[in-house]
Design a protein around this ligand. Structure first.
Ligand SMILES: C[S@@+](CC[C@H](N)C(=O)[O-])C[C@H]1O[C@@H](n2cnc3c(N)ncnc32)[C@H](O)[C@@H]1O
Length: 212
């Protein structure tokens, strides 16, 4: 199938057709993560899969510098139009990280990792962890197996399905979160309702790395 979400064309046409498809309000997860990052005195944030930037502004409003990575050129142009040129946004796939040598105190990755296959997910977690400063926090929002779309479409791997419009998705539960994130300093898993039931996964580099 041509039109798959692991191809840049998929996201190019999605943003070209649907434009600002999630509106301008930040996701709940972004607000919760902003509160965590404020408590942690985070100064710089990396957002892989930044889209057109709706989740970036809440961090910038709290004096954090934001750097993004985004596969869609159209989304980057939209981010520039709405939020100005004050953010560095690297154009490319997270599978090609790192894009810079910076260390970030905070990384926020919303609804992206579940689009990747297992090797790409492991690499993204490793690459994000590598770009975290000591004591830095990274937060991932991922779709849950409780979503009504779980099990729909064609199964292409364990808990991974290809559904409407060529979207490929891996659905998480607590066991698969532990399996993938324990080694990356996982310290908290919470459930959060966005447009689907999601998990918010919080990891810290160094420290005790408490596992729940
Ligand atoms: C489900 S959307 C979430 C967008 C954004 N976080 C938001 O909610 O506003 C996934 C985003 O990741 C981008 N994306 C998908 N695959 C990517 C990849 N391999 N590398 C970088 N960005 C990617 C898409 O273009 C899209 O902007």
């Amino acid at each position: 199938m041509e039109d798959r979400n692991d191809k840049p064309e998929f996201w190019e046409s999605a943003f070209s057709e649907k434009q600002e498809m999630w509106g301008f309000e930040p996701a709940k997860s972004a607000v919760v993560t902003k509160d965590l990052f404020v408590r942690e005195s985070v100064k710089n944030v990396l957002i892989p899969g930044i889209g057109y930037g709706r989740n970036a502004q809440v961090f910038r409003d709290n004096s954090m510098a934001v750097t993004g990575i985004e596969i869609s050129k159209t989304a980057i142009e939209m981010a520039r139009k709405h939020y100005g040129t004050g953010m560095v946004i690297h154009h490319g796939s997270v599978t090609d990280m790192p894009f810079d040598n910076n260390k970030y105190n905070g990384i926020f990755c919303y609804a992206l990792i579940h689009l990747l296959d297992s090797g790409e997910r492991a690499k993204l977690i490793r690459d994000c962890y590598d770009q975290l400063a000591e004591n830095g926090c990274m937060v991932f929002t991922v779709i849950s197996k409780d979503a009504p779309t779980y099990g729909q479409g064609k199964q292409i791997g364990p808990d991974r399905y290809e559904m409407f419009g060529g979207v490929r998705m891996f659905f998480y539960d607590r066991a698969s979160i532990h399996a993938e994130f324990d080694k990356a300093g996982l310290f908290e898993i919470t459930e959060i309702e966005e447009n689907y039931p999601f998990f918010l996964i919080k990891c810290r580099k160094g420290g005790s790395g408490t596992i729940i």
